[in-house]
Design a protein around this ligand. Structure first.
Ligand SMILES: [Fe+2]
Length: 253
């Protein structure tokens, strides 16, 4: 059966994602990366999230010097525009912002200049290349940890170079990375390989956080598919960062 946005937003009000408490990875701010292309799309995502039970959302636009050269300023401005509407329409919803930092030289520069945009406190969301292993990824992770940051690795299940090297996941966990699984992976958005790796990491108890990584409202049916899997139940029972992260302090920055 084809997936449709209307199925996701108008026929389902069961708040099935409420248990997760917080979406800590979503490209809901409009016009500054490959996420929501318009304010209307941002609001459609927020509305769908609200119906699904989320009451805390951390917007995480990309910061990547070659493709998405965002700064604190561009992200803050986009957040202000959206948050003004959110506060009026959904007063019990908290929308804060952080960034999904690509692990590259620019991240190192932001680290040196103390410009990183954390999820909260010292938790910082990072990503790496899905095609090739970045030669300095380990060094960048170590530098973050040495400076007192707790890196949260976005969608480890999507890094195909790691799939052939299962030890990679153990090594990265031992270094101190928190693995953040995408619900879209679990719902099959990216294909069977990523879905299987997400299931495997959850079954091993290696998922430390969960986000949607939604870029468009029409991806929503994949979240519903994810929530129907047995791994979703296992995921909810893990000690996820979603349950303890403090987003309140960031509300009015
Ligand atoms: Fe993302």
């Amino acid at each position: 059966m084809p997936l449709s946005y209307s199925d996701a937003t108008t026929n389902d009000t069961s708040a099935y994602l409420a248990r997760l408490g917080c979406d800590l990875h979503v490209h809901v701010l409009s016009g500054i990366d490959d996420g929501a292309p318009s304010l209307d799309e941002s609001l459609a995502i927020i509305e769908a999230h609200y119906r699904a039970g989320y009451r805390r959302i951390i917007a995480t636009p990309h910061i990547r010097s070659d493709f998405f050269p965002n700064t604190r300023h561009t992200i803050h401005e986009a957040w202000v525009t959206l948050n003004e509407i959110v506060c009026k329409r959904w007063p019990d919803l908290s929308l804060t912002y952080a960034a999904e930092h690509f692990a590259d030289d620019y991240l190192m520069l932001m680290l040196e200049e103390e410009l990183l945009l954390p999820l909260s406190g010292r938790y910082v969301l990072i990503e790496t290349s899905m095609r090739d292993e970045h030669p300095y990824f380990v060094d960048i992770v170590r530098a973050l940890i040495d400076k007192g940051w707790q890196p949260v690795l976005a969608h480890p299940e999507r890094y195909r170079p790691w799939h052939a090297k299962p030890k990679r996941y153990a090594e990265m966990r031992e270094m101190g990375l928190i693995f953040q699984i995408n619900l879209l992976s679990l719902g099959g958005q990216y294909g069977s390989v990523e879905k299987s790796m997400a299931e495997r990491l959850i079954r091993q108890g290696w998922a430390g956080a969960v986000g949607t990584d939604l870029h468009r409202a029409n991806q929503y049916p994949y979240l519903q598919k994810a929530a129907r899997t047995p791994e979703f139940e296992m995921l909810c029972d893990l000690p996820l960062l979603n349950y303890t992260i403090n987003t309140h302090e960031e509300r009015n920055r």
